[in-house]
Design a protein around this ligand. Structure first.
Ligand SMILES: [Zn+2]
Length: 306
């Protein structure tokens, strides 16, 4: 007995006091934090500036964000100007050179991802368009989730070389879960390939492409621009003509207009969750797709019933 206690004490003494300090990761989106958690495991501590139930384009800056950024080892952003409205001044105030663009502590998650709707020619913010460099909601394609996870694993290994094998193993586990998920999601949505849907904001091109669904139109005339009556009339006519069965709405928009459109067309209005944490069930990146795919497949099954 005494010998066992003695051995335990030696083991405790050999471990660093309180364990090694975690790598502090700040992300703009909860989805990026979730993937960083999966890949980083216990070696990282993550904090997301935007919460999953908030519009990722319009995040209210808080003084506590500056503190988080000032202590961060790694900042992961969606890029494509998603954070342009709030992050640059926070980054300045944090006075943390490590996490500025161009340094090892800054990771733009869009690098290497499939980005849809990239503009050709000169980029303008015509009519206040909030997608000037292509669609910034690209994490909603699971293939891009895989790319993001690999980029995070590589960057964490660079910042924390002793953790490299752990990051590699965690990444393999994440990719395995994602591949299993894709089989489930393909099986659930496969029967509805080619179905047209309307979405409130243009958040879903990667999701729709991956599952072979089609956006017939949007409640917003342009990303970030609220619907005007003439646009609504046009959309209602189009939906009636094409028999669009569902309207997908992100949880942070006013539901009055989409409700009116649903009433006039007979389409079902679904709250569709674009980020981890948007509802309790969307507790991590894989669970987010499990949730959305189920909501959509259930609704399409009812709508397309003969
Ligand atoms: Zn957007």
């Amino acid at each position: 007995m005494r010998k066992t206690i003695f051995l335990c004490l030696i083991v405790l003494a050999a471990a660093p006091i309180g364990g090694a300090a975690p790598i502090r990761v700040v992300t703009s989106l909860q989805d990026l934090a979730s993937i960083a958690d999966s890949v980083g495991g216990e070696r990282v501590e993550t904090f997301s500036l935007a919460k999953g139930y908030q519009d990722p384009h319009f995040v209210e800056p808080k003084p506590s964000f500056v503190l988080r950024l000032s202590r961060a080892d790694l900042l992961i952003v969606a890029g494509l100007d998603m954070e342009i409205g709030y992050l640059p001044p926070l980054l300045d105030q944090s006075r943390n050179g490590k996490i500025r663009p161009g340094n090892a502590g800054y990771l733009d998650a869009s690098t290497g991802c499939e980005i849809l709707e990239r503009p050709r020619g000169i980029v303008t913010r015509a009519m206040g368009d909030v997608h000037p460099f292509g669609n910034p909601h690209y994490w909603l394609g699971p293939g891009n989730g895989r790319v993001i996870a690999r980029a995070i694993a590589a960057r964490l290994s660079q910042l924390d070389p002793p953790g490299a094998s752990e990051y590699r193993a965690n990444l393999a586990r994440f990719e395995g879960r994602l591949a299993e998920g894709e089989k489930r999601w393909d099986a659930a949505l496969g029967p509805f390939a080619g179905t047209e849907v309307v979405t409130y904001h243009n958040s879903w091109p990667n999701f729709l492409k991956r599952f072979r669904l089609v956006a017939a139109g949007f409640v917003e005339p342009k990303p970030g621009i609220p619907p005007a009556p003439a646009h609504v009339v046009q959309l209602v006519n189009l939906m009636k003509q094409r028999k669009v069965p569902v309207i997908l709405m992100e949880p942070y928009f006013d539901e009055r207009t989409p409700k009116t459109i649903a009433g006039r067309t007979g389409a079902r209005l679904l709250t569709f969750i674009p980020s981890v944490g948007g509802v309790k069930a969307a507790s991590d990146y894989v669970a987010l797709f499990d949730h959305d795919v189920k909501v959509l497949a259930d609704a399409l099954r009812v709508a397309t019933r003969p």
